[in-house]
Write a protein that binds this ligand. Structure first.
Ligand code: NAD
Length: 747
């Protein structure tokens, strides 16, 4: 927009002095870097966008320049009959703004940001500022800036294809639309629906967009261009687009009582959803309400200012960073060098051994992602129990919140079950998820290797057995690795791919690719006790119990953690994991890291009393039952006698100290993990903490949060906790960062 684009290359047709494709005569095309403008004999110009260098169309600077240039050319020739904006990429209209551009904006000065908002908005507004009508044809993702371009047109045709999704996901990056989305959407669909759509950041499909009034037609993909042409002819005939433009440029039609009701109800819903940690959704509500009583042009200024405020917040910076971490993970093969395609070919005949909680969840994840799976368990009753749940979960329809029976019946054919490992003969990937006993696993792995082919990858879901030890069962340990899922598998997106000393690169690459196929976020970790996540979880859980022993109420400890942004407090998490499971894992971790963290005597005391957590109806809290949605109840009085033998001297404490005691030891453990090379870098630590433990994304990840404090400040905060022992002692890596003013996440 700032630099004028030279005219595009003219491909065919009229004389060189004809400046634009809209000059009538034969069909001709003008080709720009990111779009092609073609005029048909009827005088309708079609702009077909294909932004190079990206898998999906994104709004790049080049596209903006090309759009400006083509609109300039249309202004200088004979006016066209109408304009159609469409994508040259199947299944992608525009997936939003170029994230690289957004990152530049994070560092820009506020006046420059406001200018960029205004310039983009004015450019898009040119699509509906001439006598000819414009129509966007939306097939595929139409998100963020892409939807703002579509909204700037006079009409929209969406396809009914499942890949067509319209939405404003900006709030997920801590932002809001900045090119007129908060101005145009409420004027088109009403302020309530606009607040809901933009503040929630969820997308809707073509038929839903038609019901909402966001699009003018929803048709099959092959009929979309014809529908757009028809709309142009109709608009030319009745001039309805001119009436609509006048309406859309004025204030929103809403009476004061309705406005007040919207303000109150939406504010409450947003506060519930964000816990006060995410500034973008409330800013969306305020912006739409503030702009609704004004002409569109003035509302747009309010939007630019609000967008600028948001993009300069640490939350936006952190969420953009988390988005980038996810992108890096999606591109990652898990190994440094490329592997031969045969070695890493997709695995289409996977099998899971063990039909317990985890095996069933892993089998369901396969079916859900369209991958047939074999499931083996030594116990026929375990299989009989697991299958209905697997099919229900795989056929679960999020929209209707129930399983689709027809889909479940269809998926049943994709699930093979057996009690014999002989079913594994044709498996190309086996995930062992049997009971957590080393002797059982060693014998089972030996059996599996004896049955499967030479190129089959064998993985284990063990939580506590070293991969090196289990690998001893195998003749070819290079094809063996850990594939550690988290409970519940349907919700937890992280998978640790654990590389044993003998694991080959090809095995790691297969495991990483397979986890991604299941929609998971795989992180490669080196074999060591607790791998990555359980090791980082250990100090957090342990410290909560220590504080409980000092007399701090469980409810207070958990409240501080949730206020920090964790989905569950540490003691609530204990109850979810199960205290028996946690006890066993704690022994393994204490064995390895006992110099700083000892196994707590409180956990076995609760286990002995039958308080295993949610599954037994009570742990640190009372629960109505594992499947109940009833809230947990304080069990302080019940567990007091169990805690009594293990009480520690009381310490005066504040909420800030509780937070420091919960989270700073995780940072210390992360510095050790990095020193030992357990993961590649701090980005993987941050991604793992978010995907496995729900560490709050608005803080950018554990180490991004540590950076926000600074290493020197962390050392200072640890000083008053020094008497608690080695677990609060700064590590050499922390001290080095503090003295060099270095960053945990690198330069
Ligand atoms: P589970 O006790 O619910 O199920 C284990 C299943 O293994 C049972 O159905 C049992 O019949 C079967 N089994 C036992 N011996 C077998 C054999 N020789 N061949 C075939 N099947 C056999 O256990 P789970 O919680 O699902 O855990 C399974 C694995 O996943 C363990 O290695 C555990 O460490 C790991 N894991 C568990 C969790 C968790 O939270 N439960 C989380 C991550 C990983």
């Amino acid at each position: 927009m700032s630099t004028r684009r030279p005219h595009g290359e003219r491909e065919t047709g009229a004389a060189p002095d004809d400046p634009a494709p809209g000059n009538g005569g034969d069909a001709e095309a003008w080709v720009f870097e990111t779009l092609r403008a073609e005029c048909d004999p009827a005088g309708i110009v079609t702009l077909t966008v294909r932004v190079p260098g990206h898998r999906h169309n994104v709004v790049t600077q080049s596209f903006l320049l090309d759009l400006e240039a083509v609109l300039d050319q249309l202004d200088t020739g004979l006016p066209p009959l109408g304009l159609i904006l469409t994508s040259g990429r199947s299944g992608s209209f525009f997936s939003g703004a170029d994230i690289g551009r957004l990152e530049t904006l994070l560092r820009a000065a506020p006046p420059d940001i406001e200018w960029i908002c205004q310039a983009g908005r004015e450019l898009f507004a040119r699509l509906s500022s001439r006598p000819w009508p414009s129509v966007a044809v939306i097939d595929g993702a139409c998100l963020g800036g892409g939807l703002e371009i579509a909204l700037a047109c006079d009409a929209r045709v969406a396809t009914a294809a499942p890949h067509t999704l319209l939405g404003f996901p900006e709030v997920k990056l801590g932002l809001m639309p900045g090119w007129g989305g908060t101005v145009l959407l409420p004027r088109l669909v009403g302020p309530g629906a606009a607040v809901e759509m933009i503040a929630a950041g969820e997308s809707i499909d073509g038929p839903a967009a038609l019901r909402l009034g966001l699009v003018d037609a929803c048709v099959a993909p092959e009929a979309a261009l014809a529908a757009a042409r028809t709309l142009i002819h109709w608009r030319r005939a009745d001039n309805a687009h001119m009436t609509a433009r006048r309406r859309l440029s004025g204030p929103v039609d809403i009476d004061p009582a309705e406005r007040e009701f919207l303000a109150a109800t939406s504010a409450a819903v947003i506060a519930g959803r964000t816990g006060g940690h995410y500034p973008a959704p409330p800013a969306v509500l305020e912006t739409i309400l503030a702009g609704s009583g004004l002409p569109a042009r003035e509302a747009a200024h309010i939007e630019s200012k609000a967008f600028t405020r948001l993009i300069t917040t640490p939350v936006a910076r952190n969420l953009v960073r988390v988005f980038r971490l996810g992108e890096r993970n999606r591109r990652d093969t898990g190994v440094a060098a490329g592997e031969s395609p045969e070695a890493t070919a997709p695995r289409d005949r996977p099998a899971v051994v063990g039909a317990g909680i985890m095996g069933a969840g892993i089998a369901a994840a396969h079916l859900r992602s369209g991958c047939g799976v074999s499931l083996i368990d030594i116990d026929p009753a375990a299989l009989a129990r697991a299958v209905p749940g697997i099919l229900e979960e795989a056929a679960w329809d999020r929209a209707t919140r129930r399983a689709d029976p027809a889909r479940a019946a269809a998926l049943a054919g994709q699930l093979r079950t057996a009690t014999q490992t002989s079913l594994l003969a044709d498996a190309d990937l086996v995930i062992e998820s049997a009971v957590e006993r080393a002797d059982v696993k060693l014998a089972l792995l030996r059996d599996i290797e004896a049955v499967v082919g030479r190129s089959t990858v064998i993985a284990t879901n063990t939580s506590t057995n070293p991969i090196a030890r289990l690998a001893m069962a195998l003749e070819e340990p290079r094809r063996f690795c850990g594939l550690h899922f988290f409970n519940p598998v349907r919700r937890m997106t992280l998978v640790e791919v654990v590389r044993g000393p003998a694991t080959s690169d090809a095995t790691v690459a297969v495991a990483v690719a397979h986890a991604k196929r299941l929609g998971k976020c795989p992180i490669v970790v080196q074999d060591s006790p607790g791998f990555l996540v359980n090791r980082l979880l250990m100090p957090y859980l342990h410290e909560a119990v220590e504080m409980l022993r000092e007399g701090t109420p469980a409810t207070r400890i958990d409240r501080v953690s949730r206020r920090f942004g964790m989905p569950l407090g540490p003691l609530e998490l204990y109850d979810l994991i199960g205290l028996d499971t946690a006890f066993y894992a704690g022994l393994v971790l204490a064995d390895a890291y006992g110099d700083r963290i000892e196994a707590s005597p409180v956990i076995p005391a609760l286990v002995r009393a039958g308080r295993l957590g949610r599954k037994s109806g009570g742990g640190f809290y009372d629960h109505a039952g594992a499947r109940s949605s009833r809230p947990q109840a304080d069990a302080a009085a019940t567990i007091a006698p169990l805690l009594a033998p293990y009480r520690l001297p009381e310490r005066p404490t504040t909420d800030a100290t509780i937070a420091d005691r919960l989270f700073l030891p995780i940072v210390l453990e992360a510095t050790r993990v990095l020193d030992e090379g357990i993961v590649r870098d701090g980005h993987d630590v941050d991604l793992a903490m978010i995907h496995a433990l729900g560490f709050p994304p608005f803080r950018g990840g554990l180490l991004a949060w540590a950076d926000s404090l600074g290493a020197a400040e962390i050392v200072r905060r640890l000083e008053p906790l020094a008497d608690l022992g080695p677990r609060m002692q700064p590590t050499p890596a922390l001290l080095a960062l503090a003295s060099s003013a270095g960053r945990f996440t690198g330069p």
